[in-house]
Design a protein around this ligand. Structure first.
Ligand code: COA
Ligand code: AMP
Length: 633
């Protein structure tokens, strides 16, 4: 266990959070520096830097231009799927963001208004986020892999004044038109935006529909020419809303405020990710996920570092050497992605022959997060790269790591299978069902003692009640992470998986509820359940169990229904749901109160023999289902 910089920082962060985060706040340029660091007068609602004011875009862009980094590259855009590469200096970035912010302001978007961003990995997506921050508008980026049902749910909750989109995204195997999904999403939602701004891409231009406007025309307007200056916002004003999956079909609007976010992300770059101003970080994710928000866009830019926006995949664009090329070509000192990306590389190039010819001497370490880092993948990456591979555990809700080996502070020994120790600011504990702390090495619910540190979500967007009932009511005074696991005698945390029904497919967080809602909409379906089962490549994949309505002829129509259900999930939720297996079954196992026993089914499907809950209504249903569920072969 550490006796050095990590343990003193950790102890200081819990003993005196005000002094700790007050010091970290000095790395941010405030308009009015906060005189209070933490407002804890209304538990369980805590606010960081309540009387400070600032602008996040100023901190991410303008201050670097003013401070001598105007000619330094802020962002490299590298798109093997289109063959385009472009580098933007901080001065270039400021020009693009000022213009788009001006055009948004000219269209009536102001402080507190929401702007939905439904875009692929193009530079304009990052400009859009920063332009909103500049004028105090709240962006809500929707992952491009989501289909109309998910888009509509987000429009209705965020109620955006305006939507920014592009004509298509590009996947290695196909061009994905965005316009039909967005148009359908808007048609289904009750709330309607004033305007949609469409970025045309030559791979699949789209029709500029009624009420839509072309991107170039929009930014070329007099308001765009005039540009917009940074607007002063309170540290506690929202910067963005990012929807994430819960167990129900209704996504949770995680919102992030301006002040705590800037302070925490800036701190994390030096102390966790080990990146200094002027250095390059490569994060391979998508701006639609929290990893993209934090470590493609905001944290590197808040630091004055260089980020890389990579529109490609770990394999197939063109091959398993893509990441090595990027690291070498742009001199990245740190890379961050999900374990599944490394499993993809390992599968395609087990000997890592594609590393040859790429100079990675400047590369310091690889960070992996988003799902459990299995020891096999950890060892493979460590052996091939001959660099430290750092697992880190966090969630959309927290916005930055809860557990990590804080290599910028002090590199601790790595234990395969553990994302190491609690990050300063997080008092992580493992609790039993009545809320008592469990001894070392005993598995239970992982919870974090309140208050959560700066940069985490202060509540859910316009829904304090759901915030409390979803996260804070299980253990008063604690935030329930939804993950289960244990802490060993050295303080190393082991995260074993979700204790609820949230799915994690290839590092993408998906809701069983959304997939079930799509299935239930099929006329032949009486009831259904979706469970996440182990998959060697994607970590987990969904499996659907469906009971059909009486009168449906399964012999004759079963195959057709199964195909239609797979297609339905793809067109309602999105291709990322990756549902392939649908089983038509006679009945679903339930408790006497009617709750479907998803966890028990999941454990059987993963090859375990679970204890059957005493509250089961009819044990025979489960017995008959077990052979269908059990892994084959
Ligand atoms: N827009 C539209 N469709 C998308 C999409 C997007 N942004 N992202 C993925 N999809 C589609 C894919 O094309 C695929 O469609 P298909 O069924 O027609 O082949 C489907 O959704 C499933 O995608 P994915 O889960 O990404 O699987 P994959 O087999 O295409 O690729 C990996 C697997 C490992 C290469 C890929 O998941 C990856 O690069 N992961 C990196 C980790 C990551 O970004 N995690 C996010 C959080 S850190
Ligand atoms: P998301 O909100 O999409 O970032 O997903 C968060 C969830 O992903 C967590 O609650 C975990 O279940 C899982 N997760 C993320 N990182 C890790 C990790 N390093 N180890 C284990 N699980 C992880």
């Amino acid at each position: 266990m550490s006796t050095g910089a990590y343990s003193s920082a950790y102890a200081a962060s819990l003993a005196d959070p005000t002094a700790f985060w007050g010091e970290a706040a000095k790395d941010i340029d405030w308009i009015t520096p906060p005189s209070t660091v933490l407002d804890d007068s209304r538990p369980p609602f805590y606010r960081w830097f309540p009387d400070g004011t600032l602008n996040t875009c100023y901190n991410a862009v303008d201050r670097h231009v003013a401070g001598g980094r105007a000619d330094q590259v802020a962002m490299h855009y590298d798109s093997p799927v289109t063959g385009r590469k472009e580098s933007f200096t901080y001065a270039d970035l400021l020009g693009h963001v000022r213009r788009l912010a001006g055009a948004l302001a000219g269209a009536g978007v102001g402080k507190g208004d929401r702007v939905l961003v439904y875009m692929p990995m193009v530079p304009e997506a990052a400009f859009a986020m920063l332009a909103c921050a500049r004028i105090g508008a709240i962006h809500s980026v929707v992952f491009g892999g989501f289909a109309p049902a998910e888009v509509a749910a987000r429009i209705d909750d965020a109620k955006p004044k305006l939507i920014l989109t592009a004509s298509c995204g590009i996947e290695p195997s196909r061009v994905v038109p965005y316009q039909p999904f967005l148009a359908e999403g808007i048609a289904r939602s009750e709330h309607k935006p004033d305007k949609v701004v469409l970025l045309q891409r030559e791979q699949a231009p789209a029709e500029v529909l009624d009420g839509w406007v072309d991107w170039q025309e929009f930014i070329g307007s007099p308001a765009g020419d005039a540009g917009a200056d940074c607007v002063e916002v309170a540290a506690t004003d929202p910067l963005y809303i990012l929807y994430t999956s819960g167990t129900t079909g209704k996504p949770k609007g995680i919102y992030r405020d301006n002040g705590g976010h800037a302070v925490a992300l800036r701190w994390s770059m030096r102390n966790i990710y080990n990146v200094e101003p002027g250095e390059t970080m490569f994060t391979a994710s998508d701006v639609g996920w929290v990893v993209g928000h934090s470590y493609i866009v905001y944290a590197p830019l808040l630091t004055g570092a260089t980020t890389i926006l990579y529109e490609g995949k770990p394999v197939g664009t063109p091959d398993a050497g893509a990441f090595w090329r990027i690291i070498a070509e742009y001199g990245a000192v740190t890379m961050f992605t999900a374990p599944t990306a490394f499993r993809a590389i390992k599968k395609e190039d087990p000997e890592a022959t594609k590393l040859a010819g790429h100079d990675l001497s400047h590369f310091r370490q690889l960070f992996l997060a988003g799902e459990r880092l299995d020891p096999d993948t950890y060892h493979w990456a460590t052996d091939r790269l001959a660099k430290p591979v750092i697992d880190n555990w966090w969630q959309t809700e927290t916005g930055w790591p809860i557990a990590a080996n804080c290599v910028g502070l002090e590199r601790l020994p790595i234990k395969a299978g553990s994302p190491s120790v609690a990050v300063p600011g997080y008092d992580v504990q493992v609790l039993d069902p009545i809320g008592d702390q469990l001894p070392a090495n005993t598995e239970g619910a992982i919870a974090i003692k309140l208050p959560l540190p700066p940069g985490t979500f202060p509540t859910l967007w316009q829904d304090d009640e759901r915030y409390v009932s979803s996260y804070l009511s299980a253990y008063p005074g604690y935030y329930l992470t939804g993950d289960g696991g244990f802490i060993d005698e050295d303080g190393y945390i082991y995260v074993m998986g979700r204790t609820d029904d949230v799915l994690n497919v290839a590092g993408h967080r998906l809701s069983t509820g959304s997939i079930e809602a799509a299935l239930a909409g099929h006329p032949a379906v009486a009831e259904c359940a979706v469970i996440g089962v182990h998959d060697d490549f994607k970590g987990q994949i969904p499996r659907a169990l469906v009971v059909v309505k009486s009168g449906v002829d399964v012999e004759a129509d079963g195959e057709r229904i199964r195909k239609e259900l797979v297609e339905r999930v793809r067109s309602e939720v999105g291709a990322v749901a990756s549902l392939r297996q649908v089983d038509i079954v006679a009945a679903l196992p339930k408790t006497r109160s009617g709750k479907i026993l998803r966890k028990t089914m999941r454990e059987i499907a993963d090859g375990h023999t679970p204890a059957v809950p005493a509250t089961i209504e009819d044990a025979g249903v489960l017995d008959r289902l077990a052979p269908v569920l059990r892994p084959q072969g």
